[in-house]
Ligand binder design. Sequence first.
Ligand code: HEM
Length: 208
Amino acid sequence: MLKVWDIPTIIYHWVQGTLFIGLAFSGFGFFGSEVLHERFGVILAILILWRIGWGFIGSDTSQFKNFAPSINKLRDYVKGNEKQYVGHNPLGGLMVLLMLTLLFSQALTGIALSELIDSKAIFERQTIKFLKNVHEMNALALIVVSCIHILAILLYQLNGKPLLMAMITGYKKSKETAILLYFASIRKAFALLAICTIAMMFILKLMS
Ligand code: HEM
């Protein structure tokens, strides 16, 4: 067994997934209220900020430079010239970048439209209308992309690649057990989370 994911990334993933479901249901009015939707949104925005930071200073398998795929790597992977990937494979890496971009822009547009800031004083009416459209379209895109993500994980699972257990336990079955990976400390993850939370509170205060 080879350790591939650190605990902060695992916790981040499942909290993010749960929040996303809560945001989708409260956003489309199936449960909760607008206030709850905004609160979930701010928490998710802090988490995404954290994940972006972790992509630069976190563990090896979480760092963008280690999984952002090149065209060549993607082509090889799609053609089936597979080598074993410890973290995200090239297609998975691309999907992760897409999901993070969509989640980040969803959080930004949501905050810009929310009661938490004085959006009428900051944006023109046309801009607010535009942001609303982006927020709605992006929500649908995220639902589609998340379904593809879950379906892909299921397909890998059926093909004997148990990615799911790795995202729960942090460990993956691997022939290459001698790979030396750097794992950032939990203290570093907490420090980054504190910085992201303070930054978010500061931005909200500044714009309210
Ligand atoms: C039942 C639901 C879900 C399951 C079973 C699941 C499973 C997984 C697994 C196994 C991975 C690791 C993939 C790999 O090895 O390359 C992963 C990564 C990821 N998933 Fe999910 N996922 C679920 C829901 C979601 C949702 C709802 C979102 C967001 C809308 C999401 C976003 C992500 C992201 C951003 C990553 C990359 C993690 C990182 O590197 O930080 N997932 N997921």
